[in-house]
Design a protein around this ligand. Structure first.
Ligand code: SF4
Length: 877
């Protein structure tokens, strides 16, 4: 078959909540991917992760067949094993003895069926999701203020704003295409101002007119002080609770805010003035707000200000929650959290339960909220949950107190795991492994941060025995004797979901996509991206609440008296506050992005960002290794010394697991502390200590074939174009043992410098480089780019062992621009030659001219150049 002749399929990116449209075309040697120029979220743009999607669709490492008790099994046997385990647990211990833990990676149709199964047929609301870790505080804040989980505005509002306030959001790295839209708008309207509120300097703060590096978890005083400062508008008549909210905020004078946040009074006043004088203001907030023990109050402190000033629901103004996951919003729509019911209805509302029960013909409706993620896994640990089904997520790595969660998964009497990959930290405990369809193979819808429903379309055949999640759940439900799960395709599920959204609605509930009922298979396949609400017979509506009508019983918005919980005092033994988050080119636990050499070129190791003064006090320098620890656990990561970090604060990325590193699951250090309203864990404020890790031997190795998992105290593995690369360190100085561990009996040629204690060896086969390894008693100083480029080529042995390019050939250094593979060194050279703007660097090297994700880092390199004035910041290297 001439695969190259196939047309492109319009689908949606499976990563962040921006929800970019993607054109994917299977070709003879892979999948060609480009941005969909007709998708309103991205208008053709993609970030580096989206651009690299074609590198992630191979079948290596895929889970392709069901397994029961570790042995390949038929689908019939696997379905029966799950159905039996659930049925027996329910019969013996009641419906709350079983649970399902899902993911914002699931498509809306998968999510809908999972919720119907648990809440309508099993009769338990013990179904929660990793979205609990992501934006549950925004949901709780919206519901308190608006009476519904409604995102009032759109992406266009961010572009139309005269003042954009980004709170706890590294938009440049975590929502790159949305950030590029903002940057393009600012380039057209330079008067647009950007304020970034974040404890650390990031790629986003580099673009800010004002950066407020507040102390962690002090957003409530900052926004309560702002509420004091702004003048209410007549819109206040559409609210209630303003007197209580203002009374709670009264203590937050500017000096009091300064004392709480550690910001200067001048900086606070500048922010307050900018907000007060700018009607077209949008406040975007993300994980820095949500992932906190006071996340819901932070959300409401922000919403209070927008409600008081009436800056909501009109073009260029409003609060805006940027969701982390591709279908976090779809999960909310189907009631994918343990305290919600389908279609934004309430579990605690008898009328809502009756609507849903009728629609599903449900025999056993859950009537009370189930266990939220952190409590759910505690119930797994203490034995209350007898049978658990995990879908499309990796709680062993991503939940707080990850080691205890891992132990819980070992203990639970029955664990089923649906996943697309054959090996994860969670899957290793599964009694039943269920191969699920992956991106490119599955078919359904997702909803992005601006309420836009888009189709994900299959463009690849289902591999092996993989099946869509909705079909797997439906088969288990049917095997348990439940009716109502005989869907022939996702279009039927979507139709049922759309009809439920409109049932007895009549404008009383925000979520209504009744206008999409009756599409049929053909209409569903053609479905263009569109924002809800999509009410049958009603005119299109883009924004909510400008009319002052809310979904509370009174119809008025509720302003909330917010309370400041001073951050926990630092224990002398654990003096650092640990922030966790994402890096630009990786996604979650790297089960997909970790397969793409292009993406690993940006940052290939787990690291801890630490302020230079703290690094000096501890005795660690750049490229050293450090132990970050507390009584819950320890990790070993590379040290990145940078003044971007506040003193006393650390940052460690969330992506590395036991699959890709020796000991870098950062969530093992996080306390299972949650927000009292949302149940969202405080993932950004663990208390930890740091100390140097002093191995006897450091190493860097590459190979065209995979390395077996080594017993080294530290390692991090990453894909490279011709194979894999590994950074490692061992407590034992035995170089021969290290070589044997990595290369077994493969022949290695090279040199040892006995005086320096260094070793350089390479493996050659048929004139090609098949491996290389460099060992030293200190961090290995070789050009990674040079060695990686030599792998798989006919480069001479001497060139490989040199460990650096020959004279006259520049070492590119760490990759900055992933799209064009441009390293930091050529960018520095271009700057030295006079390219003093990001555009000029782009004109010289193309860097930053495609997806734009690296433009902030290029700007940082320009600022760091010896000729630059102002801040001196280095790029991550
Ligand atoms: Fe995907 Fe990047 Fe778009 Fe997010 S910004 S949806 S990761 S292409």
């Amino acid at each position: 078959m001439d695969a190259g002749a196939r047309p492109s399929v319009a689908t949606t990116c499976p990563y962040c909540g921006v929800g970019c449209g993607v054109l994917a075309r299977p070709e003879a040697d892979g999948v060609a991917v480009s941005g969909d120029p007709n998708h309103p979220a991205n208008l053709g743009r993609l970030c580096a992760k989206g651009m690299a999607l074609g590198e992630t669709v191979g079948l290596e490492g895929r889970l392709l067949h069901p397994a029961v008790a570790g042995r390949r099994a038929s689908w019939e046997a696997a379905i029966a094993a799950v159905a039996d385990a659930f049925s027996h647990a329910i019969a013996a211990h009641g419906p709350d003895a079983v649970a399902l833990y899902g993911s914002g990676q699931l498509l809306t149709e998968d999510y809908y069926v999972a919720n119907k199964f648990m809440k309508g047929f099993v009769g338990s609301a013990n179904i929660d999701t990793n979205s609990r870790l992501c934006m549950a505080s925004s949901v709780a804040g919206h519901k308190r203020a608006f009476g519904a989980d409604t995102v009032p505005g759109t992406y266009e509002d961010l572009e139309a704003a005269d003042l954009l306030v980004l709170v706890g959001s590294n938009l440049a790295w975590c929502h790159p295409v949305l950030f590029q839209r903002v940057m393009a708008a600012k380039a057209l309207r330079p008067a647009m101002r950007i304020v970034v509120i974040d404890p650390r300097k990031t790629a986003t703060t580099a673009a800010a007119d004002l950066h407020l590096a507040l102390a962690p978890d002090t957003d409530v005083p900052l926004f309560a002080g702002l509420l004091n400062h702004v003048h209410p508008t007549p819109f206040l008549a559409h609210t209630e609770g303003s007197a209580e909210a203002l009374e709670a905020a009264a203590r937050w004078t500017i000096p009091a805010v300064a004392a709480a946040t550690s910001l200067s009074e001048g900086a606070i006043a500048a922010f307050y003035e900018a907000f007060a004088e700018t009607e077209k203001t949008v406040t975007v907030y993300s994980q820095g707000v949500n992932q906190s023990a006071c996340g819901t109050d932070k959300v409401n402190a922000i919403l209070n200000v927008h409600l008081s000033t009436g800056r909501i629901g009109r073009p260029g103004m409003g609060p805006f929650s940027a969701t982390g996951q591709p279908n976090a919003m779809g999960g909310r729509e189907v009631g994918g959290l343990a305290n919600m019911l389908a279609c934004h209805m309430e579990l605690g509302n008898a009328a809502h339960r009756a609507i849903v029960q009728r629609h599903w013909a449900a025999p056993r409706m859950a009537s009370a909220p189930g266990l939220k993620a952190v409590d759910l896994f505690e119930a797994v640990h203490d034995g209350r949950i007898k049978a658990l089904w995990v879908m499309a997520t990796n709680p062993s790595a991503s939940l707080p107190d990850a080691a205890r969660v891992d132990e819980a998964l070992k203990r639970v009497p029955f664990l089923a795991v649906s996943d697309v990959v054959a090996s994860t930290d969670t899957l290793r405990h599964a009694d039943v492994a269920l191969p699920a369809a992956a991106w490119g193979e599955k078919d359904g819808t997702v909803t992005n941060s601006e309420r836009r429903v888009s189709r994900q379309r299959a463009f690849l055949p289902l591999p092996g025995e993989a099946r869509p999640d909705w079909a797997i759940i439906s088969d288990v439900a049917t095997a348990m004797g439940f009716d109502g799960f005989n869907y022939t395709g996702p279009h039927e599920i979507f139709d049922e979901h759309a009809a439920l959204s409109a049932a007895d609605n009549n404008g009383t509930r925000d979520f209504d996509i009744g206008g999409l009922v009756g599409l049929g298979r053909a209409g569903y396949d053609r479905l263009a991206p569109q924002q809800w609400p999509i009410r049958a017979g009603a005119p299109p509506k883009t924004r909510f609440f400008a009319d002052g009508r809310f979904y509370t019983p009174s119809g008025r918005a509720q302003m909330v008296a917010t309370h400041f919980q001073p951050p926990q005092k630092r224990a002398p033994r654990y003096p650092f506050v640990l922030n966790t988050g994402r890096v630009r080119d990786q996604w979650h636990t790297m089960t997909r992005t970790g397969r793409a050499p292009t993406l690993s070129a940006h940052i290939a190791e787990p690291f801890v960002e630490i302020h230079p003064d703290d690094a000096a006090a501890i005795g660690v320098g750049a490229a050293d290794l450090a132990v970050v620890e507390n009584p819950r656990g320890r990790i070993i990561v590379r040290v990145l010394v940078t003044a971007r970090q506040r003193r006393g604060n650390l940052f460690v990325p969330i992506h590395w697991t036991d699959e890709t590193s020796a000991c870098a699951r950062v969530d093992a250090l996080v306390d299972p502390v949650t927000d009292p309203h949302s149940g969202q864990p405080a993932l950004k404020s663990a208390r930890v200590a740091v100390r140097p890790f002093r191995p006897a031997l450091y190493g860097f190795a590459v190979s065209t074939t995979a390395f077996a998992r080594p017993p080294f105290a530290y390692f991090a593995e990453a894909p490279v174009p011709a194979g894999v690369a590994m950074e490692f360190a061992a407590l034992d100085a035995d170089a021969n043992a290290a070589l044997k561990t990595l290369f077994g009996d493969r022949r290695l040629d090279g040199v040892t410098d006995q005086v320096a204690g260094t070793h350089r060896f390479a493996a050659m086969a048929h004139g090609r480089v098949t491996g290389a390894v460099f060992l030293a008693p200190a961090p290995v100083a070789v050009s990674r780019a040079h060695v990686i480029a030599a792998l798989g080529t006919d480069a001479p042995l001497s060139a490989v062992l040199a460990g650096r390019p020959p004279a006259g050939v520049a070492d590119p250094g760490p990759t900055v621009c992933t799209c064009f593979g441009v390293g930091a060194n050529p960018i520095r050279a271009a700057i030295a030659d006079g390219a003093t703007t990001v555009e000029a660097v782009g004109a010289c090297l193309s860097a930053g001219t495609n997806c734009g994700s690296c433009r902030a880092e290029i700007a940082q390199l320009i600022a760091a150049a010896p000729s630059a004035k102002g801040a001196r910041e280095g790029v991550l290297s």
